[in-house]
Design a protein around this ligand. Structure first.
Ligand code: CDP
Ligand code: MG
Length: 749
């Protein structure tokens, strides 16, 4: 595990040897879908990029190993699905047995909580039952999901069950993708989409019923919606609100909404034996791998489900198991299947396929409640998960490996008892479970950056955020921090009210600095350019570096470099693609992910629609790209850094050291510029700045006057940029204090 790079290489090797024919089948499918969508005749055959089904783009390859490990399951279909009609499947679900009782409770109450095991039919059936009862006459039935993947896949399933084309009676809506029509009566969406809708339709009049699904996940948006819906319920007599949860701690939800009824769907679960490890494990990956092999060799039939933290650990686990299995002669086959939310949905679907051999599914906590896995009899729980945590020191969110809660642990072990008695192996001691794990999760709202939430609530006229009806209020510190960030961007006035800029920013489904950039670019007459850059930033990676062709791809990528800026490099790349008629072949020739580019084009056109609604017509700066850099600077001056050595910088405000990424276009300058701003920091062994642009220090003073000013120096006439009030760290506290005092005062009033 120490040598991750080596491990990764080995992983690809293992994966590479098996993918051949599987790849082909997949490409064909992709091609048909593609052509339907884009009507393109491009050569897609060789395009190995894969879309994450949450609308983002996957790195080339990560699907390849998945296919490799998925084995030769191409033709296998679930026996259940094969032998039972969809209607029979629906009637087999636990929720079906209580349908009438449930509908009575819903008829008699405005708000109810529904609790039921994963797989009992809450997500797919509730919407249909409610429609069948006639509620859809007064408006749509909306169902929110904390994950994009879930919104899309469930909508597909329900459309199938209702024998209707997706986007007709049943549709979904996620950021940058609305698949609904005027005929849509059941709409699955992310909670973020519903939150945005409440901006224009405060009472959510278009819905007769809103189901807040997977409420136990307590996503940031869900928590905000709780507060808003509670208000909507007092204003609207005709609305039904249903909160669903997979776990039993629904009392809190009930209490929050005023002691509303809790409806329990009886589960069909079996006892699960729980085994703790006797001593503390140093390496949970290694421990889980050993456990899996030992189960496979010693225990009776039944699939294994391992809970890991994230993609990287999952990959490592998969290789280690595969390698050890390879060495064992005569051992029965074991099918190793990774699953995490960014894996393409067709690959994800593999875990549901029938197999004669034992399956070992290696998953993130997506398998805790969002997926129903029927054959699992053994669960291996590492005791960790990845959580988004706001780090106030650097002022941004990052994913951190964190111990799970007792509630998570119990949910995980429950996955072993769905179809028969099961066993759960916890890779931690009984003592750790009792004394170190929190009883339940800390809700996201208490641990992430709230800038977007603050912006939204402000525009919903929630003036005093500390008085908003949160189920678990976020720490005051976090709210103030978010307000401070918005204040330095010019979205909030000193009094804490929204500025005109802030009001416009709310309309864009983007992070505050990006929406600021877009709005400002119109005044500076370069919105054409900035729109492209913002769209390019909305997908993770455009360029790829295939194994064995690193040098070749690097040298082609360098041709796109605009040496002052990675942002301008993105702009230039997009423009070149446009000049080549958005050709897929052109992308392939230049090691550019064609699907990512198409997504960019889609995002761009959607953002353009919003701009038009905001009366921000496109204008262009022509060949003058300095003004574009200036606009970037205006939105990212809080991420300004000053040179310290070759490729080495320090953040001007925090003093945190950061370095240029080796792939940055800035290296093309031949020298490293004194001042840069960056889009993001990626922390691995060092803090790498991602998407860097060289800036003129005078811009920093002009655009970030609360941070920087220009000092005339004695000896020569040169102006020099200084931080206000002295050293970076000190300045930050001074300003933060100043800003915060204003905020605090405002809030006290
Ligand atoms: O929401 P809950 O976990 O209670 O159950 P559900 O998601 O409504 O799933 C009920 C059943 O529908 C599952 O057991 C699956 O067999 C099926 N299903 C599916 O085939 N494909 C999906 N995308 C979702 C559910
Ligand atoms: Mg569900």
């Amino acid at each position: 595990r120490n040598d991750k790079t080596k491990m990764r290489e080995r992983f690809w090797e293992l994966a590479g040897s098996k993918i051949g024919q599987l790849m082909k089948i997949d490409q064909k499918k992709t091609k048909d879908e593609e052509e339907k969508k884009f009507g393109s005749k491009d050569e897609i055959e060789e395009d190995k990029t894969v879309f994450k089904d949450d609308g983002e783009v996957d790195y080339k390859g990560s699907s390849q190993y998945a296919k490799a490990f998925a084995g030769n399951n191409e033709k296998a279909v679930s026996i259940f699905a094969k032998t039972k009609t969809l209607q029979e499947q629906r009637e087999y679900l636990p929720i079906f047995g209580v349908r009438d009782d449930l509908m009575t409770v819903i008829r008699d109450n405005k708000i109810i909580i529904v609790v039921g095991e994963t797989g009992s039919g809450k997500t797919t059936q509730l919407t249909q039952y409610i429609m069948e009862e006639g509620y859809a006459k007064n408006g749509m039935i909306g169902c929110t999901q904390p994950r994009r993947v879930a919104a899309v896949s469930v909508a597909k399933r329900v459309a199938e069950e209702m024998n209707s084309e997706l986007g007709e009676k049943v549709g979904y809506s996620i950021r940058f993708e609305d698949v609904t029509s005027e005929n849509t009566v059941i709409k699955y969406m992310t909670d973020g989409v519903l939150l945005r809708e409440s901006l224009n339709d405060e009472d959510l009049e278009i819905y007769s019923c809103i189901i807040m699904d997977e409420a136990h996940e307590r996503s940031l948006n869900t928590d905000v919606l709780f507060g808003l819906l509670k208000k909507v319920a007092t204003r609207r007599r005709d609305i039904k609100i249903i909160i669903t949860s997979a776990t039993m701690n629904a009392n809190k939800f009930s209490a929050f909404f005023g002691n509303v009824p809790i409806f329990e769907i009886p589960g069909r679960t079996f006892p699960v034996d729980i085994m703790f490890s006797k001593h503390i494990m140093e390496d949970y990956v290694d421990a889980a791998v050993r456990q899996a092999i030992s189960i496979h060799l010693q225990q009776g039939e039944g699939d294994i489900l391992i809970f890991m933290t994230g993609q990287e650990d999952i990959e490592t686990t998969c290789i280690l198991i595969a390698e050890r299995m390879e060495k064992m002669e005569g051992a029965p086959e074991l099918l190793v299947l990774p699953i995490y939310s960014t894996l393409p949905s067709d690959v994800q679907a593999k875990i549901f396929d029938f197999s004669e051999n034992r399956k070992c599914i290696v998953a993130t906590n997506i398998a805790e409640t969002s997926l129903t896995l029927d054959g699992v009899k053994y669960v291996i729980d590492t005791g960790f998960c990845k959580l988004k945590v706001f780090n106030p020191k650097i002022g941004m969110d990052s994913l951190q490996i964190t111990p799970i809660s007792q509630a998570n642990a119990n949910q995980r072990s429950g996955r072993a008892g769905r179809t028969g008695p099961g066993m759960c192996f916890r890779m931690y001691t009984d003592n750790i479970f009792r004394t170190e794990l929190l009883e339940s999760n800390i809700p996201e709202i208490q641990r992430t950056n709230l800038a977007n939430v603050v912006l939204l609530l402000k525009s919903l006229n929630v003036d005093n955020l500390l008085e908003f009806d949160f189920m678990d209020p976020p720490p005051q510190e976090t709210i103030l921090n978010a307000m401070y960030q918005l204040w330095i961007l010019g979205a909030l006035e000193n009094t804490g009210n929204l500025t005109d800029l802030g009001r416009k920013m709310v309309e864009f489904p983007l992070d505050p600095p990006l929406s600021k950039m877009l709005i400002l670019s119109h005044d500076y007459e370069c919105s054409e350019e900035v729109l492209t850059i913002v769209s390019m930033l909305s997908v993770p990676s455009i360029f790829y570096r295939p194994k064995g062709r690193e040098e070749e791809s690097d040298s082609i990528r360098e041709k796109f470099f605009v040496p002052e800026s990675d942002h301008l490099t993105l702009l230039h790349t997009y423009n070149q693609w446009k000049m080549n008629d958005y050709s897929g072949e052109w992308c392939m020739k230049h090691f550019i992910q064609v699907k990512a580019m198409r997504k960019v084009r889609e995002v761009r056109s959607q953002l353009l629609d919003i701009m038009k609604m905001q009366k921000l017509e496109l204008n262009s700066s022509g060949m003058d790209w300095d003004v574009v850099r200036k606009i970037i600077c205006s939105a990212y001056f809080h991420n300004a850094a000053k040179i310290k050595g070759i490729g080495e910088y320090v953040n001007l405000r925090t003093g945190i050291p950061c370095v240029l990424h080796p792939s940055s276009a800035i290296y093309g300058l031949g020298y490293t510029p004194d001042y840069v701003v960056y889009h993001d920091l990626v922390m691995t062994t060092k803090s790498y700045m991602q998407e860097v642009t060289a800036v003129d220090p005078l811009w920093l003073a002009e655009l970030g006057p609360m941070f920087f000013s220009v000092k005339e120096s004695y000896g020569n006439n040169e102006s020099r940029l200084t931080n206000l009030g002295g050293s970076g760290a000190k300045t930050k506290t001074l300003i933060e204090k100043h800003g915060k005092e204003a905020m605090e005062k405002q809030m006290a009033e």
